[in-house]
Ligand binder design. Structure first.
Ligand SMILES: Cc1cc2nc3c(=O)[nH]c(=O)nc-3n(C[C@H](O)[C@H](O)[C@H](O)COP(=O)(O)OP(=O)(O)OC[C@H]3O[C@@H](n4cnc5c(N)ncnc54)[C@H](O)[C@@H]3O)c2cc1C
Length: 638
């Protein structure tokens, strides 16, 4: 497997513009001859499909939901970053770049991170032009707030529903292209494999989730915008349908998988209420702008929060990290929450909870101001817990949230499989070992609106259009393999439901590969997961048939892939014998309990190559170089 990142020459702030100058282009009259498949209609997929069609390419777009608008991106709450410096508080492209590099603990590719910071400003212009209703200041300028890990206010937001509004913008552009025939939309259709012939990606094999029909689609290039894999933990803040199938199938066909162990645990979710819950609800990081996080100083203090006097409250983030306080990055906030709960100071029925308190903010800024900022989040919390966060503090606890790992891509966003591109959360992204809040949507839209539409032309221009159709035997071969896998699931004579195995896998991953990891736990997970996989194939029962809408079958297929992927994730976590960002290895911490990187041995992207079922994968490395911002230990205290 070759790992040429294709990083352009030149100073960091000129790399992208130099690259654009020298990319090969497809002329406007030739574009309609090329067919591009985009899988996914979240922020990344919708923006890419709409932009490619607007340029004149023929686009086929797929999603498993009943409408492209229902992609998981709609759940994003808090905001999107951009280095506009509207606040005049010292922000700049350089500062967004350096915050992102530091936040990710120096495990991202510098050139990509700079490009992301540079493009951030165009995203806001694009979205505002589409009519996205960003919050505004009294004078009319777009408003900003802070997210964790930064000392400026650069987050643009639409109350607590920024993802929904940005997705409406991208989906309006997509709907226009669907209506004009530039995009053919295939809803309720699930990608189950990638078709590869002569080392290049030729199309995809899908299952119609309503009729059960399995079919293939040929294209000149395929773009995966299929989101992240955090549901490997079973309980996460992600939509229940989010899964690893598309990227895992691509990996098994030859695409390198990068940094699978980098998963973000978000500090502020509503704590799990019991074993049989199907998902966790996020309380946006934006709440940490005004909410203060604390626990009772005394262990096992069962008094209600209003009975605990000020001097008996432990504002642990403010005390431990005076410079950033409650706005430390997510990995730091999550580890500290776990730390105080493990020390017996946690609150709520399970003891796995800390308070997020708006009492002081309401007193100092006024109930109206706080309501205008967070009203819909308060409502959501109240509906779920029956507690009113305006009167009593929210109870929160860390939850799996976002995958920084994903398919390895070069500077052009192409995977190691020629003709296969990955964008948005599906790629290994620009966030290193820890994503800063409000930076995912920024990356999805930079990829979809501004990067991929240009870089894909460089690949297409090197190949004639329509070289292969779905009549080619490679498509039949892939379809046969997909049918065989579906039948194997349906014909299984087991008796246990899919969810039982999903819960078991989630527990192994949460316990051994969650907020903190260590060699002994990872070794035991690497033994448990193959055993669980064997039991799954022997004992699972998938009711119904393959010829109609069958959600058990969908879930079983996705879980089968998670059961393979989980092993790679633990292998990667074991292999990365250092702590960095969200990857906290108990063995590697400073005296103060912070992450201890090992730059001499681990300043690289881990890229895993599949060697066949039952064979150990090979770990390759893309070395990381730090020229624009020298390596430094993160410091959020002073
Ligand atoms: C609760 C919550 C709040 C968040 N808040 C913020 C925030 O404030 N700011 C921020 O920057 N980020 C936030 N994030 C993160 C951000 O929302 C996501 O990272 C981002 O939306 C991912 O977008 P995407 O386009 O890559 O994928 P998604 O939106 O997940 O879309 C994936 C698409 O792929 C399709 N798909 C997947 N697999 C298949 C398959 N096999 N076949 C066919 N189709 C498939 C799906 O149908 C869907 O259309 C939040 C995340 C969560 C969970």
């Amino acid at each position: 497997m070759e790992l040429d990142a294709n990083i352009p020459e030149g100073p960091i702030d000129q790399k992208w513009s130099n690259h654009i100058d020298h990319l090969r282009l497809v002329g406007p009259r030739n574009r309609p001859g090329y067919r591009i498949i985009v899988v996914g209609t979240g922020l990344a997929g919708a923006s890419a499909a709409a932009s490619l069609a607007a340029m004149g390419y023929r686009v086929d777009c797929f999603c498993f939901q009943d409408s492209p608008r229902r992609a998981h991106s709609i759940a994003a709450q808090g905001g999107i970053n951009a280095a506009k410096n509207y606040r005049n508080d010292g922000d700049s492209v350089y500062r967004l770049f350096s915050d992102t590099q530091k936040g990710g603990d120096f495990r991202a590719r510098e050139a990509n991170v700079w490009r992301l910071a540079e493009l951030s400003t165009s995203i806001i212009d694009q979205a505002a032009a589409q009519g996205v209703p960003f919050a505004r200041e009294y004078g009319g300028l777009l408003a900003n707030r802070s997210f964790g890990g930064v000392l400026v206010e650069r987050t643009f937001y639409c109350r607590g529903e920024t993802g929904q509004q940005l997705l409406l913008g991208a989906n309006s552009a997509l709907a226009k292209e669907i209506a004009s025939g530039g995009v053919t939309m295939h809803t309720r259709t699930e990608l189950l494999d990638i078709v590869v012939e002569e080392g290049r990606t030729r199309g995809i094999t899908v299952r119609d989730l309503v009729s059960g029909e399995i079919s293939s689609h040929a294209a000149d290039a395929v773009v995966l915008a299929t989101g992240g894999y955090t549901n490997v933990f079973n309980l996460s803040t992600n939509a229940r349908g989010c899964n690893v199938t598309a990227t895992w199938r691509a990996h098994k066909r030859g695409a390198g998988f990068a940094n699978p162990c980098f998963v973000q645990i978000h500090p502020t979710a509503i704590p799990a209420a019991g074993e049989h819950q199907s998902k966790l609800t996020l309380m946006s990081e934006s709440l940490r702008n005004d909410g203060r996080i604390w626990v009772p100083r005394a262990q096992g203090d069962a008094r209600s929060p209003s009975e605990i006097p000020e001097e008996e409250r432990y504002y642990y983030l403010e005390e431990r990290y005076p410079r950033f306080g409650n706005l430390v990055p997510r990995d730091v906030a999550s580890r500290n929450a776990k730390d105080v709960c493990d020390a017996g100071m946690g609150v709520g029925p399970t003891g796995d909870g800390v308070y997020l308190d708006f009492r002081d903010a309401i007193r100092d800024k006024g109930a109206d101001v706080i309501e205008a900022r967070y009203g819909n989040l308060f409502e959501m919390y109240e509906r779920i817990t029956s507690d009113n966060p305006r009167e009593t503090p929210m109870r929160i606890y860390p939850a799996p949230h976002y995958s920084m790992g994903g398919l390895w891509v070069d500077y052009n966003l192409m995977t190691t499989l020629p003709g296969l591109f990955a964008i948005g959360e599906a790629n290994f992204s620009d966030h290193g070992a820890n994503r800063l809040g409000a930076s995912s949507m920024m990356q999805c839209l930079a990829d979809g609106y501004f990067i991929l539409p240009l870089t894909i032309g460089d690949y297409l221009s090197r190949h004639p259009a329509g070289e292969i159709t779905s009549e080619h035997p490679a498509f039949q071969r892939t379809e046969d393999e997909v049918r065989e896998r579906v039948s194997r699931l349906l014909d299984n004579a087991g008796s246990k439901p899919v969810e039982a195995f999903q819960r078991e896998l989630g527990k192994v991953m949460t316990d051994q590969c969650g907020i903190s990891r260590n060699a002994s736990g990872l070794h035991s997970a690497l033994q448990e997961i193959p055993r669980l996989r064997e039991r799954f194939w022997a004992e699972v029962r998938v009711p119904g048939t393959g010829e109609h809408f069958n959600q058990s079958l969908e879930q079983a297929g996705r879980l089968a892939d998670f059961l393979e992927f989980a092993e790679l994730m633990c292998r990667d976590a074991l292999d990365r014998n250092e702590s960095c960002g969200c990857h906290f290895r108990d063995e590697h911490q400073t005296e103060e309990g912070e992450t201890l990187r090992n730059d001499d041995d681990f300043a690289f992207v881990s890229v895993w190559e599949h060697n066949g079922d039952g064979e150990a994968p090979t770990r390759r490395r893309e070395p990381l170089e730090f020229e624009a911002l020298p390596l430094a230990q993160r410091n959020y205290k002073t």
